[in-house]
Write a protein that binds this ligand. Structure first.
Ligand code: HEM
Ligand code: HEM
Length: 136
C-alpha cells in the first residue's frame, strides 16, 4: 500500500475520533453547537471522504487492472486535503469566538484549497479510469 494511501486511512480514523469527542461535547454543552460545522466536516471531509480516498486509490486502479495515473498527484492531494481541513476548521473556530479579523477570509482561503484537493482526486481518478493503456 502506498504511503499516502495509508496516510489517508490513518488520518480518516483520527478525524473520526476527534469528531466523536466533539459530538459528545456538543451533546453535553449546547453552547458548543456553534461548532456543528467543525464536527460535521471533521466527519464528512475527514472521516468519510478520506476513507473513500484511501480505499479508492488502493482498489479502483486494481479493479481496472492498471496503475494509478499519478502517485505524485495523490501525495500532493494528501497534504493539501489534510492541511486545508485542519486550517479551515481552526480558522472557522477562531472566527466563531473572535469574529471580525482575518479569520473568516482564512477560512474561505483554506476552503478553496480543500476544493483544489478534491479536484486533484477527481482528475487522478478519471485519468486512471479513462486513459487507454497500451497492450504489450
Ligand atoms: C459519537 C459519535 C457522534 C456524536 C456524539 C455526534 C453528535 C452530534 C451532535 C450533537 C450534532 C448536532 C445536532 C444538532 O444540531 O442539534 C451532530 C451533527 C452532525 N453530525 Fe454527528 N455525532 C457523532 C458522529 C457522527 C458521525 C460518525 C457522522 C458522519 C459520518 C456525523 C455527522 C454529523 C452531521 C453531518 C451533523 C450535522 C447534521 C445537521 O446539520 O443536521 N456525526 N452530531
Ligand atoms: C471544500 C469542501 C467543503 C466546504 C467548503 C463546505 C462548506 C459548508 C458550509 C459553509 C456549510 C454550511 C454550514 C452552516 O450552515 O453553518 C456546509 C454544510 C454541510 N456540508 Fe459542507 N462543505 C464542504 C464539503 C462537504 C462534503 C464533501 C460533504 C459530504 C460528504 C459535506 C457535507 C455537509 C453537510 C452534511 C452540511 C450540513 C451540516 C452543517 O450545517 O454542518 N460538505 N458545508
Amino acid at each position: 500500500m502506498d504511503r499516502f494511501v495509508k496516510g489517508f486511512i490513518i488520518m480518516s480514523i483520527v478525524y473520526l475520533g476527534i469528531a466523536a469527542i466533539l459530538g459528545i461535547v456538543m451533546l453535553a454543552n449546547h453552547d458548543m453547537l456553534a461548532l456543528k460545522f467543525v464536527h460535521s466536516h471533521l466527519n464528512m471531509l475527514g472521516w468519510v471522504s478520506m476513507m473513500i480516498y484511501g480505499v479508492g486509490y488502493h482498489i479502483l486502479p486494481r479493479f481496472m487492472g492498471r496503475p494509478l495515473y499519478s502517485n505524485k498527484i495523490g501525495e500532493a492531494q494528501f497534504y493539501l486535503a489534510n492541511i486545508s481541513l485542519v486550517a479551515m476548521l481552526l480558522f472557522y473556530t477562531l472566527n466563531m469566538y473572535s469574529p471580525g479579523g482575518a479569520y473568516r477570509l482564512l477560512t474561505i482561503v483554506f476552503g478553496v484549497v480543500q476544493t483544489v484537493a478534491i479536484f486533484l482526486f477527481f482528475y487522478n481518478m478519471l485519468m486512471t479510469l479513462l486513459t487507454k493503456v497500451e497492450q504489450p
